[in-house]
Write a protein that binds this ligand. Structure first.
Ligand code: BJW
Length: 245
């Protein structure tokens, strides 16, 4: 705890990569491990283009359920501390794998969304009339699957599924963000690439690397400091250890 607090003194360049565990205390289920199942389907198997082609309604029911759940969720202490850091440290960057928008709702600045957003929809056929980046849709969906307003075809969630490329702008931002002094990986199982590879890239550039997670992951043995515990508790303790806080 104190080792990290010491590293945060003097306005270092800080990069944080977050995963589903950061939102667990907000009531948003993680993908893997206990509580990851939805109606006996494994989330990893629903988050694929193949699953969507096979059964778009089933996949949309899962996303509609998550959209409703996230709309009711509130940022927790982990989101709040990271938001405070984003305002305090001029060179703070956050790359999130999460699609729940809770970092943004906590007021975090410099957020890069690596895997898209639950609020965004896109035309499945990428028709010429619709934006390749999709469109924002807040609130409940009036029909499932929802339709593209331009061509009337099926719309898809504006998220990145397995085998799909990370948005070019997010990759560019992440390539910049690995040039940092302190790199934290928080609440992620560190198994999904290329997000999981950012830690290695930051370490290769000399960053002090930290993991915050109650469980061990493939990253744990390689980091300079592993803080075992829930992000909302560990980040709160780090914040209270910082001088002047
Ligand atoms: C707590 C906690 C608390 C609990 N506090 N912590 C290199 C090697 C091997 C494979 C690949 C590779 N490069 C690419 C691949 C393939 C693939 C991949 O990584 N596969 C591996 C699984 C084997 N990657 C891809 O396909 C990616 N695309 C790609 O590489 O494209 C290349 C390409 C280029 C050009 C053209 C075409 C292609 C895309 C990956 C997309 C991932 N998508 C998902 C779904 C997003 C939409 C949605 O939300 O529905 O992203 S899958 C899912 O996993 C989601 C997450 O963002 C992601 C990571 O999960 P995360 O966040 O780590 O959650 P969990 O549940 O795994 O872990 C939670 C953790 O929290 C646990 O550790 C808990 O202990 C912890 N925790 N409570 C702190 N209170």
């Amino acid at each position: 705890m104190r080792a990290l607090a010491a590293r945060l003194a003097g306005s270092p360049r800080i990069t944080v990569v977050t995963g589903a565990g950061v939102s667990a205390a907000s009531g948003v289920p993680t993908f893997r491990g206990a509580g990851g199942l939805w109606k006996s389907h494994r989330p990893e198997e629903l988050a694929t283009p193949e699953a969507f082609d096979r059964d778009p309604l089933l996949v949309w029911e899962w996303y509609a359920w998550r959209r409703e759940l996230v709309a009711k969720a509130r940022p927790n202490r982990a989101h709040e501390v990271l938001a405070a850091w984003s305002r305090r440290y001029p060179e703070f960057r956050l790359v999130t794998q999460n699609v729940d928008g809770l970092h943004e709702r906590a007021g975090t600045q410099n957020v890069t969304r690596f895997h898209g957003s639950l609020r965004t929809l896109a035309c499945h056929r990428r028709c010429a009339g619709s934006s390749p980046d999709g469109w924002e849709h807040e609130g409940p969906l009036s029909e499932l699957p929802p339709r593209c307003p331009h061509c009337g075809g099926i719309a898809r969630p504006g998220v990145v599924w397995f085998g799909e490329p990370i948005p070019a702008e997010a990759l560019r931002a992440a390539a910049q963000a690995v040039n940092c002094d302190v790199f934290l990986t928080v609440g992620t199982s560190a198994v999904v690439y290329p997000a999981a590879g950012l830690l290695l890239e930051a370490a290769a550039r000399g960053a002090f690397t930290v993991e915050i997670n109650p469980d061990a992951t493939p990253a744990t043995r390689g980091v300079d400091l592993a803080l075992a515990g829930p992000a909302e508790e560990v980040l709160d303790r780090v914040e209270r250890t910082l001088p002047g806080e």
